[in-house]
Design a protein around this ligand. Structure first.
Ligand SMILES: [Zn+2]
Length: 305
């Protein structure tokens, strides 16, 4: 029987937005390893695997990171998964993604391989394969933002199959997200604190507490270029749209002022954005609250015509 020893064939497609979400997470953690879960559907027929990645699960607020080590927050991911599964029962865990661009290791580590072989051969593993997506290098200012590699592990098979990037299709299908999660957000542990630079700023701790409780989507980050801390994440606006916002601490200002910007392109708010370019705030939370209020007012008025 020839087909038994035939090499398996893999076809992978990834929703473009899911890969962008991976890259966003990489932008957020440019010193420590990070990662998450790959979700989607698959078909397996006689050695041929069609794998469709339709979404990713964020690592979660209690994930642990160092430059060479990463552990996901399993409880958090389980909740996210159930929330998506409720409206997409066909969805499966396809595997994991994680980053090496921060430590420069160009492929899976010995530890990674050991873990994935163990995972795919575990009796509770849901599929007979495991897909490991690895972010290997950052393309400075490039498109795509990062170079990635794709590896497939199979149950009962000690070969690791690399699927070349040229054989992975990006598709413009909607990304699956857990809808109800944002509204039902539970109190969480504070997000990882960025490394401290310069004198302690009491506003940072207050911002941290405030965002963890009321805007858990906003993450604390540290600018590589200026060394300044900043906050980044989505704001849910009154018209149902989302605006990515970034609130940055001015590294040169002894009084510790903050500025804020958003990616929102709605023409209704163009005037506000111009005005905000010159505005300073005494904390990141003041900046976010004020911007949110002004954007919502503008959108509301714009709607009414
Ligand atoms: Zn690794």
């Amino acid at each position: 029987m020839l087909f038994r020893s035939k090499k398996p064939v893999f076809s992978i497609s990834i929703a473009r937005g899911a890969l962008e979400a991976v890259f966003d997470e990489c932008d957020r953690y440019d010193v420590d390893e990070t990662g998450g879960r790959l979700l989607g559907t698959y078909r397996h027929d006689q050695g041929r695997y069609d794998i469709e990645v339709k979404g990713v699960l964020e690592p979660g607020p209690n994930a642990q990171r160092t430059s060479t080590y990463f552990l996901q927050d399993g409880d958090h991911q389980e909740k996210l998964f159930r929330a998506i599964e409720a409206s997409h029962p066909e969805i499966e865990h396809l595997g994991n993604w994680h980053t090496h661009h921060v430590n420069g290791y160009p492929t899976l580590s010995g530890g990674d391989k050991q873990t994935y072989f163990k995972t795919v051969n575990h009796e509770n593993h849901n599929t007979d394969f495991f897909y490991a997506l690895l972010v290997v290098t950052k393309n400075g200012g490039g498109n795509p933002r990062y170079a990635v590699k794709h590896f497939i592990f199979r149950r009962g098979d000690d070969t690791i199959y690399e699927v070349l990037a040229k054989d992975v299709r990006l598709v413009d299908t909607p990304v699956l997200r857990p809808r109800a999660m944002a509204e039902n957000a539970e109190p969480r542990d504070p997000p990882p604190q960025p490394a401290q630079t310069g004198a302690a700023n009491p506003q940072r701790a207050k911002d941290q507490e405030f965002f963890a409780e009321f805007y858990p989507g906003l993450k604390a980050l540290l600018s590589k270029d200026s060394g300044a801390p900043y906050w980044k994440g989505p704001l849910q606006l009154v018209d149902g749209s989302r605006a990515e916002v970034v609130a940055i601490e001015d590294p040169d200002d002894k009084a510790r002022s903050y500025s804020i910007a958003t990616s929102c392109k709605n023409p209704v708010i163009a005037d506000i954005l111009t005005q905000y370019r010159a505005r300073k705030f005494r904390s990141a939370r003041h900046a976010v609250l004020q911007l949110e209020r002004d954007l919502n007012q503008a959108l509301y008025r714009g709607k009414k015509g």
